[in-house]
Design a protein around this ligand. Structure first.
Ligand code: TXA
Ligand code: MG
Length: 309
């Protein structure tokens, strides 16, 4: 069966997107949606993002397309911006974890767009990793996450962006950032400032309650990761003691470089590929590695870390 036939038949498909690989099922298939939660071992309280290939598909997903949503879609879609809005009451509650809102985006990836287009309606897709683990940015990563699963994975090469979409909540007058991501808050602010929707500002960053899946201890690599803030200085030895690791466990330092976009592209592969049973990983933040473009990277690394110093 082709990937589209599998989706129609209530199966799941590994789907590349510009951010990370997703595990897609048709939003019309209860069986497919259940399969996502089962394969990922994901709790049902964590809602899925709906992926569309054309604006006309929004009517099946959301209650109403506001002017503000149209404006943001025109600026950022296809692209890594997920908008949380009131859902269409007909939408399967598995997708939204019983919430009255739904997260939706149009990915900027031709394989994904073609798949959805051919299916003729949207898919729901979380990142294609086991719950709580590092997100996949290649087809190989997806295969390694689920070695025994039988679903097909569309190989679209390495993800162009490498970090997940920015999730914003549009259910209130002031826009709230539920998860920092590929589109940084300053870009969003600049776009809104010069628009008819300037009253959506200032953007508010809110913690997990509104985005149940965005937990601490998410994105965890196989080896323990330690994050050292730029104003702290600690030796590998001290860290080893804090983590209660024996001397045979090797310390690996991760270099992030100067360019947040370049680093985002390799962040998740580095966390996977540098992990090994006899190692622990250290990221020492440098003073210049701050600012809006680093937001998503520090968010993910601090959730992935087992120790913050
Ligand atoms: O870039 C991405 O967004 C990737 C690719 C595959 O599109 N997807 C992704 O999905 O990261 P996932 O399931 O790993 O993360 C989705 C996040 C979760 O933190 C979830 O809680 C939040 O979006 N979310 C989804 N619907 C929501 C809603 N109605 N209200 C609040 N948060 C929501
Ligand atoms: Mg995820």
């Amino acid at each position: 069966m082709t990937p589209v036939e599998i989706l129609r038949d209530g199966g799941v498909v590994g789907m590349p997107t510009e951010t990370v690989y997703g595990l897609a099922a048709s939003i019309r298939s209860e069986k497919g949606l259940r399969e996502i939660f089962h394969i990922k071992n994901r709790p049902f309280f964590d809602p899925l993002i709906v992926h569309i290939s054309s604006i006309s598909q929004l009517s099946e997903v959301v209650l109403e397309v506001s002017e503000r949503m149209k404006f943001l879609a025109a600026h950022f879609w296809p692209g890594p911006l997920t908008m949380v809005v009131e859902k269409n009451p007909q939408l399967n509650p598995l997708i939204t974890a019983g919430l009255s809102s739904v997260g939706v985006r149009m990915p900027r990836n031709n394989c994904a767009l073609r798949l959805i287009e051919e299916l003729g309606h949207p898919v729901a897709a979380p990142s294609a990793n086991r719950f709580g683990r590092v997100s996949p940015t290649t087809a190989d990563h997806v295969r390694t996450e689920f070695p025994d699963a039988k679903f097909p994975i569309i190989d679209g090469g390495s993800s162009e962006v490498g970090v997940e979409s920015t999730v914003i909540d549009l259910t209130q007058k002031k826009i709230r950032i539920l998860r920092p991501g590929a589109i940084d808050s300053v870009r969003l602010e600049r776009t809104l400032e010069e628009s008819a929707f300037a009253d959506s500002l200032p953007l508010k960053r809110v913690e997990s309650e509104a985005s149940p899946g965005h937990l601490k201890n998410h994105y965890q690599p196989e080896s323990p990761l330690v994050l050292v803030d730029s104003d702290k200085s600690v030796s590998d030895e001290v860290i080893r003691k804090k983590l209660d690791l024996s001397e045979s466990i090797e310390a690996i330092s991760l270099e992030l470089g100067d360019d947040p976009q370049l680093y985002a592209r390799r962040m998740y592969s580095d966390l996977r590929e540098l992990s090994a049973p006899h190692r622990f990983l250290i990221v020492r933040k440098l003073p210049h590695q701050t600012g809006p473009q680093w937001e998503a990277i520090w968010d993910r690394l601090s959730r992935a870390a087992s120790l913050l110093i």
